[in-house]
Design a protein around this ligand. Structure first.
Ligand code: 26Q
Length: 810
């Protein structure tokens, strides 16, 4: 499309929707007009994609996820359509810039962290690879909370993303479906055959809002279908007339509350009844709408698994299994055996965590009360599964007890997900191995053929092409732009690791990106950072297993070393943190407060000056990550070995040329394999050492007694951190490292055991930074070897190992 045609379309929108000229339009109007024009363009391609799917009777992917952490869409879509130059030039003509207009858009933060962002990266990769896919989730009114720091403490503010997000949605009232809660199960033998139906339910209408998903220079446009609940009931006038105003609206309010807010929990399960209703709401609506299409197209559901595969993103959508069973049997007259055969050939399960506190287990009562028929079906799945287990493990009661789906008054969603799927995968080599050896070992013995690995990946278009234009240009100028379609081409950069002029340009670009981040930090917090210092970043959800506290302990050590010896030579560093804590996770919030106290102490100390700065970047989100990743030089990936399933931030940093300081955990291992020992700062215990230490009784106190640094740092954390006169003590944090608490051993994530080795390797990192050429070469190796962490590779592996989809025109 030419600039002229595009400009006419934009101006047409402004005129028709707002009745003004582009010169009169403020930024929000220009944003809306651009978004609507882009949406129209995608709509044409979307219709084409639908046609091709029909014509080819294509097998499609349904990706079920309670989270899609999309970030902004305008720039992404314009980039994918190859229209960046046109848009930049048109908006310049209006006296503004495309960037300014993009900044109007709020992030669509319909997710917490890694799991949600992964879903978003995969949607991009599927469209880019011509894989037909639909994502299914909820149209949350409020996304993940906005984080404000007030006096060092996190407070949460609502995030109403729809103000600008609406522009991307196409509401399809005519594709509404009914979701039913509660009621009674009624069995009916009247036609000589058992038919089950529900009576006296609470009905919630589900309305689809479709977001079109573009791929990079691809003809395929896919769909993200976000369900919005709407009550079919109006106000109860009898109650209203009696003066019971709230009661009169209760039914309506109960329905619409389903999509109010995304639960802000990450890697942690909380048994809230609204949450399970959210899950059933979007699952039931999605499966109904899929079956409706299948019936319309083929007149039967017998071949469902030839046309669809359902990938469930962790266990949150596990109710697809009983819901599909219910619809096949109760509403389509299929036998249990036929329905089970189809279901278990359709559903595949991805696990994202082995942390026990994240495993979903719902009280039986809650499911029985809200989804009585689903409860019955789960019980019957369980009964038959136990029967099967008795033949596989005769007499092995203990094992069978661990494997049951219903047990101890709870429904175990992971067990349901495995029993009802044909595929179970982890998200990195190590994680998939742990699933087989440990977490799901019993299930592995029963059905080894189900287990596979697909290592996570990220979309390079967003995380390099769009967020790091400087580096993208340097790469394109030297090896062409093929890497944006085939990321393995990045390896062609390897010869440049010996090219001094190239390395100098690489350094220069990193520096420009650091200046950009420094400006952002200055505007946000007033802190001035030294752009010649090493930018050392840890950005991820705040969780004890991710060990932000270990990073803090090392910062304190560096600080005291300078205090003890002000004349010593140091490599200046800027320590960057970005992290949200779940609002109910008080230890995590305490650690945020500690980071601020450390920042207050370090940043205001005249003895320290430019040598150290500690910066907590407020409200870390996709859009902030897009500024942070390109500027980082050292990537902190320091989880306790065996605890981080994969990590994906590690990949974003690597791609942008940061060097990892990390443990042997998750995808760090595969990053280390790719770049080798020389280009990675590896430290700490391995998974087997961690587990054996914990099994044989880990004694944290012994480190406190014997290591004078640990002693000093833990005491300081307990007694007071802050600028003089403003010290705050954190006794709970200190105690958690030394004493058993509430059934937990002291220091369950082994910070004290890994501390010395971490500091040793941090010193190596500092020494290496003194040799800029060496450092830049290491960074470039990281970029060059990052090809395998592209989401394109991941989705193609899913396709080859699990999905077997029909490929469309790219
Ligand atoms: C469950 C029940 C009730 C409420 C909340 C939850 C819940 C919500 C979010 C449980 C877990 C999560 C999120 C998990 C997550 O993000 N896991 C991360 O997934 C990434 C993508 O695979 C991995 O890279 C990370 O290692 C993993 O931590």
């Amino acid at each position: 499309m030419t600039k002229k045609e595009l400009q006419e379309k934009i101006e047409g929108k402004i005129k028709r929707h707002y009745g003004i000229t582009p010169q009169e339009a403020k930024a929000s109007v220009l944003y809306d007009a651009c978004a609507l024009v882009v949406r129209d363009m995608l709509m044409d391609k979307w219709a084409e994609t639908q046609n091709e799917i029909k014509k080819k009777q294509a097998k499609q992917l349904c990706y079920f996820s309670i989270e899609f952490l999309l970030g902004r869409s305008l720039r992404n879509n314009v980039y994918n359509l190859g229209l960046m130059d046109q848009f930049e030039s048109i908006l310049k003509g209006y006296g503004t810039t495309f960037e300014q207009i993009c900044n109007v858009e709020q992030d669509a933060a319909l997710g917490n962290g890694g799991l949600g962002r992964l879903a978003a990266c995969y949607m991009d990769a599927e469209a880019s690879q011509g894989l037909p896919a639909t994502g299914y989730s909820i149209l949350y009114e409020y996304g993940l909370f906005k984080q404000r720091i007030i006096e060092g403490q996190q407070t949460e503010l609502p995030d109403s993303w729809l103000d600008t997000g609406r522009s991307w949605l196409v509401t399809k009232e005519d594709e509404m479906v009914e979701v039913r809660f509660g009621g009674r199960v009624v069995e009916d033998w009247s036609e000589g055959k058992l038919r089950v139906h529900l009576e006296d339910c609470d009905v919630v209408n589900a309305i689809p809002n479709d977001m079109l998903i573009s791929g990079y220079k691809s003809e395929t446009v896919n769909t993200l279908r976000l369900w919005q609940p709407k009550s079919p009931y109006t106000m109860n006038m009898t109650l209203f007339n009696e003066g019971a105003y709230l009661k009169a609206m209760e039914r309506q309010a109960n329905a619409e509350v389903l999509s109010k807010v995304l639960y802000p929990e990450d890697n942690n399960y909380e048994g809230k009844s609204l949450r399970i209703k959210q899950q059933y709401f979007f699952i039931s609506a999605s499966v109904q709408s899929i079956l409706r299409k299948e019936l319309k197209r083929f007149g039967t559901l017998k071949h469902l698994n030839d046309h669809y595969v359902f990938q469930i993103n962790d266990t949150h959508p596990a109710m697809v299994i009983p819901e599909l069973m219910r619809l096949l049997m109760d509403e389509n007259g299929m036998s249990w055996e036929d329905a089970w055969d189809i279901t278990t050939k359709t559903v595949a399960f991805t696990n994202h965590t082995i942390m026990v506190e994240a495993l979903e287990r719902w009280p039986e009562d809650l499911i029985r009360k809200n989804m009585p028929r689903i409860y019955q079906i789960i019980c019957e799945i369980n009964r038959r599964f136990c029967e099967h287990l008795w033949t596989v493990f005769p007499g092995d009661w203990e094992r069978i007890n661990r494997m049951t789906i219903v047990g101890g008054g709870q429904i175990r969603m992971a067990n349901l997900s495995i029993a009802g799927s044909f595929s179970v995968n982890g998200v990195s080599e190590l994680h998939s191995q742990i699933l087989k050896d440990d977490t799901f070992h019993d299930f592995y013995l029963d059905a080894p053929e189900k287990f596979r690995n697909v290592t996570n990946g990220i979309t390079y278009r967003r995380w390099l092409g769009q967020s790091n234009p400087g580096l993208t240009k340097l790469i394109t100028d030297s090896i062409g732009d093929g890497f944006l379609k085939d990321p393995n081409e990045l390896e062609k950069l390897m010869p440049y690791t010996e090219d001094d002029a190239f390395l100098e340009k690489f350094r220069q670009i990193k520096h420009e990106n650091k200046v950009r981040l420094a400006k952002f930090i200055k505007e946000q917090s007033g802190i001035v950072v030294n752009t010649d210092s090493m930018f050392d970043a840890q950005a991820k959800r705040l969780h004890e297993y991710k060990r932000q506290l270990l990073n803090v302990m090392h910062i304190l050590r560096s600080y005291y070393e300078i205090k003890d010896n002000p004349q010593m030579d140091v490599v200046p560093r800027t320590y960057l943190f970005g992290a949200k804590a779940a609002p109910g996770y008080s230890r995590a919030k305490d650690i945020i407060r500690l980071i601020h106290a450390v920042a207050d102490m370090v940043n205001n100390d005249p003895d320290i000056g430019d040598k150290m700065k500690v910066v907590f970047i407020q409200d870390y989100k996709v859009t902030v990550a897009e500024i942070l990743m390109p500027a980082a030089e050292l990537s902190e990936q320091i989880s306790t070995a065996g605890r981080e399933a994969s990590g994906t931030g590690n990949m974003k940093f690597m791609l942008n040329g940061a060097i990892t300081i990390g443990t042997y955990d998750g995808a760090n291992i595969e990053i280390h394999d790719k770049v080798g020992d020389d280009n990675f700062f590896l430290f700490g215990m391995k998974t087997n050492q961690v587990n054996s230490l914990l099994r044989h009784g880990y004694n944290a106190m012994q480190y406190y007694t014997n290591n004078m640094w640990i002693n000093r740092i833990v005491n300081a954390i307990r007694n007071g951190i802050g600028r003089p006169g403003h010290e705050i003590g954190f006794p709970d944090i200190a105690n958690s490292l030394l004493f058993n608490n509430m059934g937990n051993v002291a220091d369950p994530y082994l910070l004290l055991a890994d501390f010395e080795d971490y500091c040793r390797v941090q010193n190596i990192a500092s020494d290496t930074y003194l040799d800029p050429k060496k450092w830049n070469r290491m960074g470039l190796v990281n970029t060059a070897m990052s090809g395998m962490f592209a989401a394109d590779r991941s989705v193609l592996e899913y396709d080859e190992r699990i999905w077997h989809l029909t490929h469309l025109t790219k």
